[in-house]
Design a protein around this ligand. Structure first.
Ligand SMILES: *Cc1c(COP(=O)(O)O)cnc(C)c1O
Length: 486
């Protein structure tokens, strides 16, 4: 697509052109000057583009096609689970009986919505092996913070005031140490061993009577299953700590194993990842949290509960950490997740994991011919390659990621996890056809060939996008966020 085909809307503006027709204003002149403070009143006319409705539509539709989305192409962004978002979810979320209700309506008038929200809580409890689930938190990171605050209250309630450490692996998602810090803990790093798993000896050395919790993702951020999880749980529990499960990516274990069975006490889920909530534009998300019976009193209030045949919000929860979100979570995203779970059923969810793991292993084995594979055991839903071989030839992982754009692919997650040099973290998801996986593999092979024969092509990419190489540091430090036409 050429830049010229989509001139910016300010450049299309012609004085006096309008994109709307409204009836004459028949409201008596308002005394605006006395309604607002002087500093709020505009002194000059707003400089808005003057365009026709059609030009406006072309502007926004043009912008939308510049974006790469799951509906436009393969999106193997590791740890983000960019799977297909079934359109049936959208239909259900738009049913007026759900979409037209108001959060301040009487409970008795919204029993249908409370019914499915409660059923979703129960389903997620079953899927994770937890006792009780809240739908309040709006994102994974908020779920982490909620869970850690509960662990903190639990220890404090036991008079255990010195438990200030939360242990986090060096491969963990960045939100883990951040949430631990925001929740008032000190984040302590446990090392990863040469097989990409938590170093048990290092863990034993770190765990003591100051340990509040171990935060873990399993399979971990390298896409590898922590085989010693039961032993790790025992080490932490014996020292009086709790186990926190970062369940943002549940795609590899659905129906096969559960955090509760592994010994975890608190779990958060990202319904916008595993359970097909659309994401990628920054939200809205949903990060429900599940806990064991022991931690149930600390859940945020209100908690949606069932009494007899009706559903109600329970505010009478003296040990609760309090409210973490207005109303009761992102209802629309939760409804999409509920639709997905009910559509798939238990067997369907199991198959999700089977295909997610099969697809990842297929790609990993084939790509290991052209790229360094630091951990060689089978992976789960994702895997991490290193661009070491290519770096020796002068091409960085960033260059290869940019080159992928020219072939219509969203690049994988790069330079994460930080314990792998020149990391490329690839998560194909279960919803992709084999031909799509093959197409991506062949493109990666082609890029690896280019690196050998003509590295400059890769170093200068991309060529096909509206903007080429951006100065990413300056873009982050001094962002230009609005169009300046003068
Ligand atoms: C995405 C992700 C998170 C954070 O979730 P948000 O909804 O973006 O806050 C946490 N942990 C892992 C492993 C993730 O992949």
């Amino acid at each position: 697509m050429s830049k010229e085909a989509y001139p910016l809307i300010f450049e299309r503006s012609k004085t006096g052109r309008t994109g709307f027709s409204l009836p004459e204003n028949d409201v008596a002149d308002m005394d605006v000057a006395n309604m607002f403070e002087d500093s709020y009143i505009r002194k000059e006319k707003a400089e808005l583009p003057e365009v026709s409705e059609l030009q406006l539509i072309r502007h926004y539709t043009g912008l939308s096609t510049r974006n790469h989305g799951v509906d436009t192409g393969f999106y193997p962004l590791g740890s983000c689970t960019m799977k297909y978002n079934p359109k049936l979810n959208e239909d259900v979320a738009r049913l007026p009986g759900f979409s037209h209700i108001h959060p301040y309506q009487e409970e008795s008038t919204v029993q249908g919505t409370l019914y499915w929200m409660y059923d979703l809580q129960e389903s997620l409890a079953e899927i994770t092996g937890m006792n009780t689930v809240t739908l309040q938190p709006a994102a994974g990171a908020q779920g982490e913070w909620t869970g850690l605050m509960m662990i903190r209250s639990f220890h404090e309630n036991n008079g255990d005031m010195d438990r200030t450490k939360v242990i986090v692996p060096d491969s963990a998602h960045g939100t883990n140490p951040a949430s631990a810090t925001v929740a008032g803990f000190e984040a302590v790093t446990v090392k990863t061993n040469e097989r990409g798993l938590v170093d048990i000896e290092d863990l034993k050395r770190l765990v003591d009577d100051r340990t509040a919790a171990l935060m873990l993702t399993n399979p971990n951020t390298l896409g590898l299953f922590e085989e010693d999880i039961v032993e790790m749980a025992a080490i932490v529990h014996e020292a009086g700590g709790k186990l926190y499960y970062d369940g943002a990516n549940l795609n590899a274990i659905l129906g096969y194993t559960r955090p509760g069975d592994m010994g975890f006490d608190v779990v958060h889920l990202n319904l916008h990842k595993t359970f097909t909530g659309p994401h990628g534009g920054g939200g809205p998300g949903s990060g429900p949290v599940g806990v064991t019976a022991e931690l149930e009193p600390y859940l945020p209030k209100p908690l949606l509960t069932k009494s007899g045949e009706s559903y109600t919000f329970d505010y009478d929860r003296p040990r609760s950490i309090g409210r973490v979100k207005p109303y009761y979570g992102n209802v629309g995203i939760n409804l999409r997740a509920y639709t997905y779970i009910r559509t798939m059923g238990a067997e369907g969810l199991k198959r999700v994991s089977e295909y997610a793991v099969l697809n990842a292993n297929y790609m990993m084995r084939r790509l290991s011919d052209s790229f360094e594979l630091p951990f060689t055991q089978h992976c789960k839903h994702e895997f991490v390659l290193s661009g070491k071989i290519q770096k020796k030839l002068g091409v960085r992982t960033l260059d290869m990621a940019k080159r992928l754009l020219d072939f219509g692919y969203h690049p994988p997650t790069i330079y994460f996890p930080t314990n792998v040099e020149e990391a490329m973290m690839i998560e194909p998801t279960e919803t992709e056809a084999k031909e799509t996986l093959d197409g991506f593999i062949e493109t990666m092979e082609k890029i690896a060939e280019e690196v050998k024969k003509d590295p400059e092509i890769v170093q200068e990419a991309p060529y096909s996008t509206v903007v080429g190489r951006l100065d990413e540091t300056t873009a982050a430090r001094k962002p230009v966020l609005k169009y300046a036409h003068k």
